[in-house]
Design a protein around this ligand. Structure first.
Ligand SMILES: [Zn+2]
Length: 173
Protein backbone atom coordinates (compact mmCIF):
# COMPACT_ATOMS: atom_id res chain seq x y z
CA UNK A 1 0.00 0.00 0.00
CA UNK A 2 3.03 2.25 0.03
CA UNK A 3 2.98 5.25 -2.19
CA UNK A 4 5.63 7.88 -2.34
CA UNK A 5 5.03 11.57 -1.90
CA UNK A 6 7.47 14.38 -2.01
CA UNK A 7 10.33 12.29 -3.25
CA UNK A 8 12.19 12.03 -6.47
CA UNK A 9 10.27 10.60 -9.36
CA UNK A 10 7.64 13.33 -9.34
CA UNK A 11 7.62 14.79 -12.82
CA UNK A 12 8.78 18.34 -12.74
CA UNK A 13 6.14 20.93 -13.36
CA UNK A 14 3.16 18.62 -12.87
CA UNK A 15 0.66 20.62 -10.82
CA UNK A 16 -1.32 17.50 -9.94
CA UNK A 17 1.71 15.75 -8.49
CA UNK A 18 2.43 18.99 -6.64
CA UNK A 19 -1.10 18.94 -5.20
CA UNK A 20 -0.57 15.45 -3.84
CA UNK A 21 2.01 16.81 -1.43
CA UNK A 22 0.67 18.98 1.40
CA UNK A 23 1.92 22.50 0.87
CA UNK A 24 1.60 25.26 -1.63
CA UNK A 25 -1.41 23.91 -3.51
CA UNK A 26 -3.49 23.31 -0.40
CA UNK A 27 -5.80 26.22 -1.13
CA UNK A 28 -7.20 24.43 -4.15
CA UNK A 29 -7.10 20.86 -2.84
CA UNK A 30 -10.51 19.57 -1.86
CA UNK A 31 -9.59 16.04 -0.81
CA UNK A 32 -6.55 13.82 -0.52
CA UNK A 33 -7.51 10.18 -0.32
CA UNK A 34 -5.39 7.07 -0.25
CA UNK A 35 -5.15 6.74 -4.02
CA UNK A 36 -6.57 10.00 -5.31
CA UNK A 37 -6.36 13.76 -5.05
CA UNK A 38 -9.21 16.13 -5.84
CA UNK A 39 -8.54 19.79 -6.52
CA UNK A 40 -10.29 22.78 -7.96
CA UNK A 41 -9.36 23.79 -11.48
CA UNK A 42 -7.41 27.03 -11.38
CA UNK A 43 -9.04 28.10 -14.64
CA UNK A 44 -12.59 26.87 -14.11
CA UNK A 45 -15.38 26.70 -16.62
CA UNK A 46 -17.87 27.08 -13.82
CA UNK A 47 -17.92 27.52 -10.08
CA UNK A 48 -16.97 24.26 -8.42
CA UNK A 49 -15.13 22.90 -11.49
CA UNK A 50 -12.73 20.35 -10.04
CA UNK A 51 -10.45 17.55 -11.12
CA UNK A 52 -10.15 14.06 -9.68
CA UNK A 53 -6.82 12.36 -10.31
CA UNK A 54 -4.91 9.31 -9.20
CA UNK A 55 -2.07 10.26 -6.87
CA UNK A 56 0.35 8.42 -9.09
CA UNK A 57 1.50 10.21 -12.21
CA UNK A 58 -0.23 8.11 -14.86
CA UNK A 59 -0.87 9.45 -18.32
CA UNK A 60 -3.66 7.17 -19.46
CA UNK A 61 -6.49 5.02 -18.22
CA UNK A 62 -4.55 1.95 -19.28
CA UNK A 63 -1.83 2.77 -16.77
CA UNK A 64 -4.19 2.70 -13.80
CA UNK A 65 -4.46 -0.35 -11.63
CA UNK A 66 -8.01 -1.63 -11.11
CA UNK A 67 -7.84 -0.23 -7.57
CA UNK A 68 -6.82 3.19 -8.83
CA UNK A 69 -9.59 3.19 -11.41
CA UNK A 70 -12.19 2.36 -8.79
CA UNK A 71 -10.72 4.94 -6.43
CA UNK A 72 -11.02 7.66 -9.08
CA UNK A 73 -14.67 6.77 -9.59
CA UNK A 74 -15.32 6.68 -5.84
CA UNK A 75 -13.67 10.06 -5.36
CA UNK A 76 -15.70 11.42 -8.26
CA UNK A 77 -18.89 10.25 -6.61
CA UNK A 78 -17.88 11.90 -3.34
CA UNK A 79 -17.15 15.12 -5.20
CA UNK A 80 -20.48 15.03 -7.02
CA UNK A 81 -22.27 14.49 -3.71
CA UNK A 82 -20.39 17.33 -2.00
CA UNK A 83 -20.99 19.78 -4.85
CA UNK A 84 -24.65 18.81 -5.02
CA UNK A 85 -25.11 19.45 -1.32
CA UNK A 86 -23.13 22.69 -1.25
CA UNK A 87 -23.94 24.28 -4.60
CA UNK A 88 -27.07 22.55 -5.89
CA UNK A 89 -26.20 22.59 -9.60
CA UNK A 90 -28.74 21.51 -12.17
CA UNK A 91 -26.34 18.98 -13.70
CA UNK A 92 -22.73 18.08 -14.36
CA UNK A 93 -20.36 17.52 -17.22
CA UNK A 94 -17.90 14.80 -16.22
CA UNK A 95 -15.10 13.55 -18.40
CA UNK A 96 -11.51 13.02 -19.42
CA UNK A 97 -9.55 15.10 -21.87
CA UNK A 98 -6.99 12.61 -23.14
CA UNK A 99 -4.05 14.11 -24.98
CA UNK A 100 -3.05 17.64 -25.86
CA UNK A 101 -5.20 17.66 -28.97
CA UNK A 102 -8.22 17.00 -26.77
CA UNK A 103 -7.38 19.85 -24.46
CA UNK A 104 -5.37 18.14 -21.75
CA UNK A 105 -2.98 20.64 -20.22
CA UNK A 106 -0.95 18.09 -18.28
CA UNK A 107 -0.16 14.43 -18.92
CA UNK A 108 -1.31 13.36 -15.45
CA UNK A 109 -4.66 11.69 -15.95
CA UNK A 110 -7.53 13.62 -14.39
CA UNK A 111 -11.30 13.57 -14.55
CA UNK A 112 -13.07 16.92 -14.89
CA UNK A 113 -16.21 17.54 -12.87
CA UNK A 114 -17.97 20.66 -14.14
CA UNK A 115 -21.15 21.69 -12.35
CA UNK A 116 -23.77 23.22 -14.61
CA UNK A 117 -26.73 25.44 -13.93
CA UNK A 118 -29.63 26.14 -16.21
CA UNK A 119 -28.69 29.79 -16.18
CA UNK A 120 -24.94 29.42 -16.00
CA UNK A 121 -22.51 31.56 -17.87
CA UNK A 122 -20.58 28.89 -19.70
CA UNK A 123 -21.11 30.55 -23.03
CA UNK A 124 -19.08 33.52 -21.93
CA UNK A 125 -15.59 32.04 -22.31
CA UNK A 126 -16.53 31.04 -25.82
CA UNK A 127 -17.88 34.44 -26.71
CA UNK A 128 -15.52 36.80 -25.01
CA UNK A 129 -12.78 34.94 -23.17
CA UNK A 130 -14.40 36.14 -19.98
CA UNK A 131 -15.13 33.98 -17.01
CA UNK A 132 -17.67 34.95 -14.42
CA UNK A 133 -17.17 33.30 -11.08
CA UNK A 134 -19.40 34.14 -8.18
CA UNK A 135 -17.06 32.84 -5.55
CA UNK A 136 -13.36 32.88 -4.89
CA UNK A 137 -11.69 29.55 -5.65
CA UNK A 138 -10.26 29.05 -2.19
CA UNK A 139 -13.63 29.75 -0.59
CA UNK A 140 -15.19 27.14 -2.84
CA UNK A 141 -12.43 24.66 -1.99
CA UNK A 142 -12.96 25.21 1.73
CA UNK A 143 -16.71 24.65 1.38
CA UNK A 144 -16.21 21.40 -0.51
CA UNK A 145 -13.53 20.17 1.88
CA UNK A 146 -15.94 20.70 4.73
CA UNK A 147 -18.75 18.98 2.84
CA UNK A 148 -16.52 15.99 2.15
CA UNK A 149 -15.43 15.91 5.76
CA UNK A 150 -18.99 15.81 6.98
CA UNK A 151 -19.73 12.87 4.72
CA UNK A 152 -16.49 11.00 5.04
CA UNK A 153 -15.16 10.60 8.53
CA UNK A 154 -12.12 8.74 9.65
CA UNK A 155 -10.63 6.20 7.30
CA UNK A 156 -12.54 2.98 7.59
CA UNK A 157 -15.66 4.61 8.87
CA UNK A 158 -18.53 3.78 6.59
CA UNK A 159 -21.39 6.17 6.01
CA UNK A 160 -24.62 5.47 4.26
CA UNK A 161 -25.09 8.45 2.02
CA UNK A 162 -21.79 8.46 0.20
CA UNK A 163 -21.13 4.79 0.24
CA UNK A 164 -17.49 5.43 -0.43
CA UNK A 165 -16.51 2.65 1.91
CA UNK A 166 -13.07 1.86 3.15
CA UNK A 167 -11.50 1.11 -0.22
CA UNK A 168 -10.20 4.65 -0.59
CA UNK A 169 -10.55 6.33 2.77
CA UNK A 170 -10.40 10.08 2.61
CA UNK A 171 -8.16 12.04 4.86
CA UNK A 172 -8.73 15.62 5.80
CA UNK A 173 -6.48 18.18 4.23
ZN1 LIG B 1 1.72 14.23 -12.13
Amino acid sequence: MAYVTGESGVPEGCFICAAVVPGAADGLVVERAELTVTLLNRFPYSSGHLMVAPRRHAAGLGELSPEEGLAVLAATRRALDAITREMAPGGFNVGFNLGRAAGASVDHLHLHVVPRWDSDTNFMPVLADVKVLPEHLEVTAARLREALGREDGDPGESTGAGGSGAADPAERV
